[in-house]
Design a binder for this molecule. Structure first.
Ligand code: CTP
Ligand code: MG
Length: 256
């Protein structure tokens, strides 16, 4: 396997580079220059956001999900959108308008939704990108950069930005109070975003061999894959709480 990441558009940091394990045999025989598929995850219930699912809120003239699909569509050969149960009509419309090639129903956990999408992705897919619909401001360049990193030899490539807050690990004392257990070294920490790109065979292996995680890259790390980190975008926020939509609207206007 090539460890030459010099073709990357951003300085990269190797965060995980273990030897291959048995779950990943033959992976080097699969070329990465074939079709790129992007999974746009929009099957969450947006519990922290509030009453309405955040992916259907408007940002400018289009909904959050429409922005995420449009940028994914421009950077990939095929797009699968994953929607919550009951959103079948919405899925049919997205396919009809060409916003997505396929719409599938997601599962309870984010990883279940990724697996639902993997089940409909063609066998000849070479690179699979996983993107949260809740990150409507990711640029096309960022999508291209993670795919380029996989083409350059990485098993997976993820965008991340430096952590600016001081991060502490906490524990609970016998009275149930939160107490600081440790202050972490911020210089070694990054906050991870989507889109994340994977060799298709490795993402399939990772999901076949593990239960769940909030991030697909963690599953690839668990099977010994090499996950490289490229520069993320500070504007690529995830809409999580109610304030985030207001912040995204300001960023959207600023980005033009
Ligand atoms: N997602 C999904 N299927 C799930 C859970 C999440 O497709 N079972 C998607 C969400 O729609 C979102 C992305 O994964 O685009 C990131 O998840 P998150 O920000 O946690 O969104 P929600 O799970 O919807 O929000 P919450 O955790 O607050 O309920
Ligand atoms: Mg969630």
């Amino acid at each position: 396997m090539s460890n030459d990441y010099s073709a990357l558009t951003s300085p990269s940091l190797l965060i995980h580079g273990c030897e291959m394990v048995s779950a990943m045999t033959n992976r080097n025989s699969v070329p990465t220059d074939g079709p790129v598929w992007t999974i746009v995850l929009a099957a969450g219930s947006g519990r922290r956001f509030g009453v309405t699912p955040k992916q259907y809120e408007f940002l400018g003239n289009d909904r959050v999900i429409d922005h995420s699909l449009a940028v994914s569509r421009a950077a990939a050969d095929h797009v699968v959108v994953v929607l919550a149960p009951g959103q079948e009509r919405e899925g049919a419309e997205l396919v009809e308008t060409g916003a997505a090639d396929v719409a599938v129903t997601g599962g309870t956990e984010r990883a279940d939704s990724v697996r639902a999408a993997l089940a409909v992705i063609a066998e000849d897919a070479a690179v699979i990108v996983v993107h949260d619909a809740a990150r409507p401001l990711a640029s096309g360049e960022l999508h291209q950069a993670v795919v380029a990193a996989v083409h350059a030899g990485a098993d997976a490539a993820i965008p991340a930005i430096p952590v600016t807050d001081t991060i502490k690990r906490i524990a609970h004392d016998q009275n149930g109070r939160s107490v600081v257990a440790e202050t972490l070294d911020r210089s070694t920490l990054v906050a991870v975003q989507t889109p994340q790109a994977f060799r298709a065979d490795i993402l399939r292996d990772a999901h076949a061999s593990s239960a769940g995680a909030t991030d697909d890259a963690a599953l690839v790390e668990a099977i010994g894959g090499t996950v490289i980190v490229i520069d993320g975008e500070s504007t690529n926020i995830k809409i999580t709480g109610p304030n985030d939509l207001a912040i995204a609207a300001i960023l959207f206007d600023a980005l033009g």
